[in-house]
Each structure stands twice: as C-alpha cells, then as structure tokens.
Design a protein around this ligand. Structure first.
Ligand code: GCO
Ligand code: MG
Length: 405
C-alpha cells in the first residue's frame, strides 16, 4: 500500500523556544507533521516517541487514524497523562496531515467542512502597569482584534504571570535553565484585578470581548469572590480560576458568580473534564490539540461539550507550535460549538522553521486552503536552533511555601 508508513522521526528545535515535532513519511513520499511540544518537559515526549512509538508506526497504514489512536492509547496499557497524550496527539496530527495531502484537501474539509467563515481569536495584551496594559489593548484593537485578554503586573509582585519582561516581544514564561521563582500574594491580586479590568472597560467600552487568565491561583471561594467582583465588566471569560484537578470544586464557584468560566489547557483527556462538562460547571473547554490526544480525541471532547452547551476555547500559547495552531484552526472552523481560539503568536525566528498557510483578517483566522494542515517544517532551518533546557517558573508565597503557578 502506498500509504504505508516507512519512516517516523522526531525533530527537536529551539527557534525562539523549544519545539518537538514528529515527521511521518509514507511509502510514496507524503510527509505529515505533528506537534509534540510539552513545555518544560520536552525531552520526555521526544523519548516516548523515539523509543516507544516511532518503531510501532513503521508498516502501518497512515490512513487508519482511529485504529492507530486506539492502538497507541489502549495498547500502551498505561493510559492518559500529558506525556503519553502529547505523543499520541503528534501521531494523530501527522496522520490527519497525510490524509489531507493524499485527498488534496485542507483538513477542515475532512472534518465536515467549514461551519463558519472564520475563526474568532483573542490576542494577549499586557503591561508592567495599568497604563502600559491599556496601550497594549489599544494596539490589539487597532490591529483589528475583536477579543483581547488583559493581564497587568500586580503592584508589589515581581514577575506576574502573563506580563513580558522589558524587551520581550512575545511573553515567554519558560525563560531560564532553572525555574525562575516568582512571588504571589492572593489578597493583593484580588484587590487589583477588578480595578485593572474595570480600567479597560472605562477607556475602551464594551464593543469587544474582554478575557482574563487567573492561572489556577485561587481557592474556589476566592474565585467566586473575584468572579462576582468582575461581573460589571462583562468578561467573555475568567480562565482557570482555581486548580482544576478537583472538578467538583467548580460547584462552589458556580453558586457565587455568573462570570463565564474557561478551563482545560492542562487537561489531557476527556476524563479530566467529564464532570465539568456534564454538570455544566464551565462555559468553555480549553483542551489543546497537542496535549489532549490530537484532532481525534479533541473532537470527542468537543462533541461531549456540544451536548451540554459548553463551547470551545482552544489553548493557543506560544509553546504550542504552528503545527498545533493550524490543527486547532481546522477543528475550530468545523465544529458547531466553537467559541473562541487563543492566538499568542510565535517569537522570531519560528517563522524561519515553520512555513504556515493560515491567515488573519479583521479579527478572524482561517487555516487556508493548502492540503493537509498547511504547515511545513524546514529541517535545515530547524537544525540551526538546538534544544535549550528551559523551565516554567515556580510561585512562592511571601513565607516561602510553594503556590500554584
Ligand atoms: C495561556 C496559558 C499559557 C501557559 C503556557 C504554559 O492561557 O495561554 O496559560 O500562558 O502558561 O502555555 O506552557
Ligand atoms: Mg491560561
């Protein structure tokens, strides 16, 4: 069979930040790409793929996407977990890419075709103080964005999540060879955040969507208080208000606020969000194509969400490679319950390594008409950017104890 897999290799490259990419090649030379990047734990997935998955792909029919997914998920016996599910995701993306290339169709056509004309995205505005953040919001609105996430440094805290250091063009939390240590103060944040987001509405009004990421730092009760304080500012969503391992904790939050809630960037399977969805404890599910088992599993999660009125809001930070972004855009265009897509952009020189065909216009993205996912990796360019050990920061309270980052 011409679609038999004859090679599967892993490329680790660091154009601006680390990315792990799987390359799958068929007998007649069709190449599929999959993103296997797990920020701060990159080499674990690279080894899982290289040592345990690539050898099993050789000789399989690239067309059998569902069968390959089941084979890798059930066949490993050790199910779920970010490393396993990111590895499976990379294989899955690469096989959808190949299927699209063989069919001569962009992947969204294989998923049922476009259910909308464009994919609403939100950009990341931030600042080291409120005026700087407001100027950044203005910049996004001028660029045509219809949805903006706003984050500003909490006065008195250094290294607030979501705020770039001076000189960084794109916010990059994984900046150092050992984890940077940030300080956290819940009371200061709870006092500051409503005023900060209120300042955005005061200056720019309500004619665009406003989002904010809490990054898992509050207890359910504190999150309920914040959600209530934010109600006058009409947020599109409040993201990751409390650590989400404890799905039933969101019942407490739901009793206190009508601010919409988005959760899921750290989830890797449908079982992580089953209760959140079926009990309607969230409004948006943020699972990422690269960390939650690829297009095949993401569609299953989004299908469950559709039944319960939960909309999608796929993770799209810079540590998800352009291959992931493209895969997410194909799914976004095709699913009925799409909500919004995060778009953070990629720091230079990622565009020397990843050649993309998605486009942005008037606040909306489109994955483009190239067959497959529409992203190609230039292996020669990639070789010029070797892996660099880099970790996400750790958060400590003033007394030195570790808090959620
Ligand atoms: C987001 C996320 C990211 C994560 C990052 C970790 O909303 O985009 O919270 O900023 O921190 O993806 O690797
Ligand atoms: Mg987030």
């Amino acid at each position: 069979i011409v679609s038999e897999i004859v090679a599967a290799t892993v490329i680790v490259t660091s154009p601006g930040r680390n990315y792990v990419t799987l390359k799958v090649t068929t007998r007649d030379g069709v190449v599929g790409w999959g993103d296997a990047t797990l920020n701060g734990r990159e080499l674990a997935v690279a080894a899982y793929l290289r040592d345990h998955v690539c050898p099993l792909l050789i000789g399989r029919d690239a067309h059998r996407i569902e069968d390959t997914w089941q084979y890798l998920y059930k066949g490993s016996y050790w199910r779920r977990g970010p490393v396993t599910m990111t590895a499976i995701a990379a294989v899955d993306m690469a096989l959808w890419d190949i299927k699209g290339k063989i069919a001569g169709l962009p992947v969204y056509q294989l998923l049922g075709g476009a259910a909308r004309d464009g994919v609403l995205v939100y950009g990341h505005a931030s600042g080291r103080d409120v005026p700087e953040m407001l100027d950044d919001v203005a910049r996004y609105l001028d660029l045509g964005y219809r949805a903006v996430r706003a984050q500003a440094a909490v006065p008195g805290l250094e290294g607030t999540y979501g705020v770039p250091e001076a000189g960084q063009s794109v916010y990059e939390p994984a900046g150092s060879a050992r984890p940077q240590e940030d300080y956290w103060d819940t009371e200061r944040y709870l006092r500051f955040a409503p005023d900060m987001l209120g300042a955005v509405r005061e200056r720019f009004g309500f004619g665009f969507h406003l989002l904010h990421d809490v990054h898992h730092r509050l207890s359910p009760n504190e999150a309920g208080r914040l959600g209530r304080d934010l109600e006058p500012h009409r947020l599109f969503w409040m993201e990751d208000p409390t650590p989400a391992e404890d799905q039933s904790a969101f019942r407490i939050l739901r009793q206190h606020t009508t601010t919409p809630i988005a959760v899921g960037e750290v989830f890797n399977s449908i079982w992580d969000c089953q209760q959140l969805i079926t009990e309607r404890l969230i409004d948006y599910i943020r699972t990422a194509v690269s960390h939650a088992g690829g297009i095949t599993h993401l569609r299953r999660i989004f299908g469950l969400a559709e039944l319960y009125g939960v909309r999608t809001g796929s993770h799209g930070a810079g540590d998800l490679s352009p291959v992931s972004l493209a895969a997410a855009l194909h799914v976004d265009l095709a699913v009925p319950n799409f909500g919004i897509q995060e778009y953070m952009g990629h720091a230079e020189p990622a565009d020397e390594v990843f050649l993309t065909s998605y486009t942005f216009s008037d606040g909306y993205f489109h994955p483009g008409q190239a067959p497959g996912l529409g992203v190609e990796l230039d292996e020669k360019a990639a070789a010029a950017f070797p892996y660099e050990p880099r970790y996400l920061p750790v958060n400590r309270r003033r007394d030195g104890s570790v808090h959620d980052w």
